[in-house]
Design a protein around this ligand. Sequence first.
Ligand SMILES: O=C(O)CCC(=O)C(=O)O
Length: 286
Amino acid sequence: MAERRRRARVQGGWAGGAAGRLAAPKAPEAGSRSPAGGGQAWGGRDQLRSRKQFVFEKPSEVERRVPEAGVIDKPGVYELSTEPSGVSRIHLVPGFIDSEQADWMFEQLLQDVPWGQRTHTRQEGSFEEPRLTSWYGELPYTYSRITMQPNPNWHPVLTMLKEQIEEFTGHTFNSLLCNLYRNEKDSVDWHSDDEPSLGKNPVIASLSFGAIRTFEMRKKPSPEENGDYTYVERLRIPLDHGTLLMMEGATQEDWQHRVPKEYHSRDARINLTFRIIYPEPDRVWK
Ligand SMILES: O=C(O)CCC(=O)C(=O)O
């Protein structure tokens, strides 16, 4: 892209964007005569200036634009895409827990959940996840190469929320991943919740408490893009205190999501993602 822009500037003096380019006139070939006749010789820079004209030059290829991110901030069911793996759908329910109730739930969870920080070890060294997490469920859960051990001792607030979501959605859940973003520096990077233990087309119920943070989604690129996410569709979904976000269908197969760091200060935020975990038959649990 940068290369093509540079070429356009050299040809035309400036690039006129997708609509076309203006090109400076070409110098006449050596020895050529002016159309006016009379055998006038080529007169150098002054003559070029007086004859200067601009010629519309159609772009040889259509310039691709990076699409602007869409914003979803109204309650409703949204069909994000229908291919390649089927329908990807989300359901946004702001105020699922009213603000007063959400306040005391947030305080209890902040205090009582056994929050911990996972450490990743790679060849380059080890680093701590920029958030705290906790896991509830009869089965362990492995993601990003780290296993979270089973914890069947559900906090009463979490049991109550699980039942409330089950009643509202008609889906049942047996596990919960809790995330605590302590401030604007905490985040979760691009990923999909697509571990084999979640099964195909998992339904995930994500409930948020505390500071508002932006949940971003991006469509996975088609094979022709060779893993380049530059031109993929993007969405921004502000998740506020008490908001429920349901993800279902092919959402995990065809889309990724993240919660980026913020440039402005943010108070703590808790996110609860209720899931179903299936035992993995071939797996030896450590
Ligand atoms: O904090 C959030 O809203 C998203 C959490 C998340 O991506 C996850 O638990 O997989």
